[in-house]
Design a protein around this ligand. Structure first.
Ligand SMILES: Cc1cc2nc3c(=O)[nH]c(=O)nc-3n(C[C@H](O)[C@H](O)[C@H](O)COP(=O)(O)O)c2cc1C
Length: 203
């Protein structure tokens, strides 16, 4: 009888132990699922927008590739009055671009005021432009001033005939000290892995 009771007691203990193990396993699985959900949520909430101004198409092409590679939305920064070839003649002291770039307070008007629709949904805003006279065209100032980038990261990128983006980034950071800027990038050539690595640093 004693032996029978002992066997029953052992069976109950073994059974309870197994149930506890199962509970632990379920708890661990729940916590892993919660972590996975949190990770997915972070990835989906860090939404990026690629904006660009392009006078002759080179930056537009770069912007489209960036948006495609990182899976971002695209927004064109469109001047109210498009730039003609004569406007872009940097050798002409009287051309529109020369006049604008000689006056750092110039703010060329943008179509529809340059406001990004639904800007609130984006955490990272890439801003692309051609380098003009070693820096960003003043129409980029119009764009930045037309929108509220508080709480977002602005990431400059540019195309050029050979100049780097350093001065453009410094000028923008100096002009807008209250905004957070990510690392700028010159995109005269596009490398997918390079773009992915750059975008990963911003997040
Ligand atoms: C007014 C003007 C000024 C420019 N200044 C520079 C410059 O300082 N350094 C440079 O490397 N390229 C300069 N460029 C060349 C452009 O940056 C380059 O062609 C750019 O890729 C054009 O981009 P987009 O086609 O998107 O307008 C200038 C072009 C223009 C029209």
């Amino acid at each position: 009888m004693k032996n029978i009771l002992l066997v029953i007691a052992l069976a109950v203990l073994t059974c309870c132990g197994t149930a506890q193990d199962k509970k632990d396993n379920v708890a661990n699985a729940d916590s892993a699922t919660a972590k996975e959900q949190e990770k997915t949520q972070n990835e989906t909430t860090m939404k990026a927008l690629v904006t660009y101004f392009s006078a002759s198409g080179v930056t537009r092409n770069a912007a489209k590739q960036v948006a495609d590679i990182i899976g971002a939305d695209l927004f064109e920064i469109t001047p109210e009055q498009l730039y003609t070839d004569a406007d872009l003649d940097w050798r002409d002291k009287t051309s529109r671009s020369t006049i604008e770039m000689n006056d750092k307070t110039s703010r060329p008007a943008l179509k529809d005021g340059g406001k990004v629709p639904n800007l609130a949904q984006y955490d990272v805003v890439y801003v692309g432009f051609p380098i003009w006279w070693y820096t960003a065209p003043t129409i980029i100032n119009t764009f930045i001033e037309a929108n509220d980038f508080t709480g977002k990261t602005i990431v400059p990128f540019a195309t050029s005939g050979g100049s780097n983006i350093k001065k453009a980034c410094e000028d923008l950071q100096t002009a807008y000290p209250n905004y957070k800027f990510g690392q700028g990038k010159l995109l005269n050539s596009i490398d997918k892995a390079d773009i992915e690595a750059w975008a990963a640093v911003v997040k």
